[in-house]
Design a protein around this ligand. Structure first.
Ligand code: IFM
Length: 481
């Protein structure tokens, strides 16, 4: 049975966001900074992985990336020109504690301190993520996220960053998308550190959750800004059965929801792992690495729940059919999954289906899980095959369209009662898209990697209008001034 066609899009051009709604842009340290050997930074698992032949497309690495480490001031100027309210960046753990534990590198803290001051001088709220995947290599050598010690090391790191920047940072996020760290890094092997070990991936799930809980407690104790906000960001999946009338497909969705969403939301928000996750992974582990007291430590009060969201998924079981996604699930318990698409789907250059209705669904379902909880869309955006035109501009109508529809989806979620308070476009800049290298461009700003020239794309002009007016602009460039 084919997936039902997608409904026509219904953009809400002219819809206004509530008073105080925050619009920002987002990046991550390894994807933009470069300067991997400077000012005492230690090696991370992404340095090792990207320098391992065959791991990243075309052998590309984050050695230089967008050279943001040297160009941060002009990058902040660019954001000020765009008129965004906030900037979500991540802090590179190996710049702060190059060996993962032990000696602190003051030069690393100074870099982020200057960045935070530079944001405040420009009237932009600093939103700092402590971990966006660049684990110090020494910690991986000691076992990585499958080892409990990594969670304790994270709490120490969180405490010292909180003490250094905690008088100025507006919002803190412990982890970005632990799903990717655990599964892509330890089960699928397509992200650093590149291990293929299902049991290790489940240990990683738990120790990432634990790191969040311990890290948040340490951070709260160290931060002095009384109105600082604390959060975590997960990439939760909006899941739909390929055939809603098939019990097997509906069960595949339930298993996938347990393994991909509820192993995060369960402990973080409710203090429990879903029973279904234990049931479907019993061939891999008995979860005895979950110790007494861990679930209490993980369930910390948070002020904002971050959601990174790009695309929904259609899940079922059985033999792969022509036209299905070319994906074999290596998540424990989901080995039998197949993934399909609606026949009328359009895709980004990541091969991700464009369907904003899934974003509304996810935000509304989170608001039902924890009524009243403040929600932030901490990443959303589209990779497109952008080119600099003969007029020197980058016209990216597909991305503008994506933003119009996804901001409409956020607006609809608010209308349906979800307390969404902020939205961050991914990404401020084209950047190092992990194992895909530099070819996949998500930026609202084009980066020429030869010259490091930044060119605001049409989507940046559109986004600037949105940020300044808090109202969804139309796709007509004549209205963006
Ligand atoms: O580039 C990534 C980012 O690092 C994490 N969220 C998804 C983005 C697009 O793949």
């Amino acid at each position: 049975m084919p997936v039902a066609p997608l409904p026509a899009r219904q953009p809400l051009v002219g819809a206004e966001f509530p008073e105080g709604f925050v619009f920002g842009t987002a990046t991550a340290s390894y994807q933009i900074e470069g300067a991997v050997h400077e000012d005492g930074r230690g090696p991370s698992i992404w340095d090792t992985f990207s320098h391992t032949p065959g791991k990243v497309a075309r052998g590309e690495t984050g050695d230089v990336a967008c050279d943001h480490y040297h160009r941060w001031q002009s990058d902040l100027d660019l954001m000020a020109d765009y008129g965004v309210d906030a900037y979500r960046f991540s802090i590179a753990w190996p710049r702060i504690v190059p060996g993962g534990t032990g000696a602190v590198n003051q030069a690393g803290l100074d870099f982020y301190s200057r960045l935070v001051d530079g944001l405040l001088e420009r009237g932009i709220k600093p939103v700092a993520t402590l971990y966006h995947w660049d684990l110090p290599q020494t910690l991986e050598d000691d076992g990585g996220w499958p080892a409990r010690g990594t969670a304790n090391a994270f709490a120490n790191y969180a405490e010292l960053v909180g003490a250094a920047l905690g008088d100025r940072v507006h919002q803190w996020t412990t982890l970005n998308e632990p799903w990717c760290s655990a599964y892509l890094g330890y089960a699928y092997g397509v992200h650093a550190p590149g291990r293929v070990d299902q049991e290790a991936s489940l240990r990683a799930v738990h120790h990432l959750n634990l790191a969040h809980g311990l890290g948040l407690q340490a951070l709260r104790a160290a931060v002095s800004k009384p109105d600082a906000l604390f959060s975590i960001t997960n990439n939760l999946e909006t899941l739909r059965p390929i055939d809603p009338d098939s019990e097997a497909d509906v069960m595949a969705v339930a298993r996938t929801r347990a393994m991909h969403n509820e192993v995060w939301t369960g402990p973080q928000l409710l203090g429990e792992y879903p029973q279904l996750a234990f049931d479907v992974t019993s061939h891999v582990t008995d979860w005895s690495f979950v110790l007494d007291g861990d679930l209490e430590a993980i369930r910390q009060p948070i002020d904002v729940f971050g959601l990174n969201w790009y695309t929904p998924q259609w899940v079922g079981t059985g033999e792969r059919q022509p036209g299905d996604a070319d994906v074999r699930s290596m998540t424990p318990g989901l080995e039998g999954n197949r993934y399909a698409f609606p026949g009328n789907a359009e895709f980004t250059t990541m091969d991700w289906v464009i369907d904003d209705t899934g974003l509304t669904e996810m935000l509304v379902s989170l608001s039902k899980l924890v009524p009243g909880m403040a929600l932030s869309v901490t990443e959303n955006g589209a990779s497109q095959a952008d080119v600099v035109d003969r007029d020197g501009q980058v016209h990216d109508p597909g991305r503008v369209d994506y933003f119009i529809n996804h901001l409409s989806a956020v607006h609809r979620a608010i209308e349906q009662g979800a307390n969404v308070t902020s939205y961050f476009a991914w990404s401020l800049l084209d950047n190092f898209e992990w194992s895909w290298g530099y070819e996949r461009r998500f930026g609202i700003t084009h980066v020429d990697y030869e010259t490091q020239l930044r060119t605001p794309k049409d989507s940046a002009k559109w986004y600037s209008k949105l940020a300044r007016t808090k109202t969804i602009p139309s796709a007509d460039p004549a209205t963006w001034a």
